[in-house]
Design a protein around this ligand. Sequence first.
Ligand code: NAP
Ligand code: F7E
Length: 341
Amino acid sequence: MNKTALITGITGQDGAYLAMFLLEKKYRVIGCYRRSSTVNFWRLIELEIFEESNLVLVDLDITDPMNVCSVVRKYRPNEIYNLAAQSFVASSFENPVITTNINSLGPLYFLEAIKLIDKNIRFYQASTSEMYGKIQNPSQDENTPFYPRSPYAASKLYAHWITINYRESYGIFAACGILFNHESPLRGEEFVTKKITLAVAKIKYGLQKTLYLGNLNARRDWGYAKDYVKGMWQILQAEKPDNYVLATGKNETIRNFAVLAFRTADMEIKFEGDKENEIGIDIKTGNSVIRIDKKHYRPAEVDTLLGNPKKANNELSWKATTSLEKLAEIMVEYDLKSIGT
Ligand code: NAP
Ligand code: F7E
């Protein structure tokens, strides 16, 4: 019989790609979304899975424990992927309580539901490289100590440990994917890669003059979301539940990602100046296309992240397959096409 997977956060980047991946594997997918005044199924439409008969969309705000229980009881999934979150780090400083309610309590409600309803349900928790925060080792793996630097990271750290606790206390197959940044054309527009690639397309078409960014020196280990959702599934197919880092093992600065993205659209950028006065100049036109706006600085920054995915490579045969250059190209081309039409 075909398996049933329940995905929270189906309207988000990863939820949409994971749903597509599981539908291709012939799963029945219970896609949980929260009701809002305007429908936001655009990613499912973009991936052409919105009308799939094996996709069942269910209204579930994961901060409602009763509804979490009744949805788990009703659909009895084989696997639950908890991807729903207030996932924007900057916003977590403004909204720490709601961030914690969603990111910490949401997974706890699911773990309790599994404990009460059916301990055979496998559970995936979307843990994050942000938990390493102020890094305690130059490259981070499953054994590196955590040091969260935002309400988002702290909320995810609770979820990470409570998942491990339910695994150890009740023998539930509860696993954590510690995923480093992963991007795609379907990335939310406030995240820095998508903000840059969208601005590249708008600047190219004369619809925007300047891109305002924050800390250009931060370094991230960026991969392609499509590779990472496959890893989520592999984590739940393992023999035993565990924690796995998914990352590329390479990192780059925001500044250099911007250079790559502009280059894809035939614009060479050179940087001049320092700190808040740094400017990115389009060499051909002499226009200042990148400037700094301090409002994008964070109260506490995660300066650098670099994942070590050796365990996932060895135990799951998982590997990131997309270079940063290719990722920038995929994203810019998508944005050029969508802005240009
Ligand atoms: P995303 O695009 O921001 O999607 C988040 C999803 O959570 C959206 O579907 C959102 O629904 C939903 N959501 C938020 N609050 C909810 C609530 N109270 N009840 C039900 N649904 C709710 O995030 P993503 O990039 O796909 O990331 C997926 C997960 O992986 C998140 O947990 C994130 O923290 C984690 N993660 C992401 C990365 C990354 O680089 N992308 C890395 C590590 C970990 P709306 O559409 O209604 O807002
Ligand atoms: O920032 C710097 C910013 O918002 C990356 C989430 O998916 O990945 C994501 O969190 C870096 C930071 O992602 C701007 O200060 C500079 O150092 O794209 P971001 P994030 O904070 O790394 C992790 C793994 C998650 O788990 C999260 O859910 O870029 N930066 N200038 C900027 N960032 C933004 N957003 N906007 C700027 O203008």
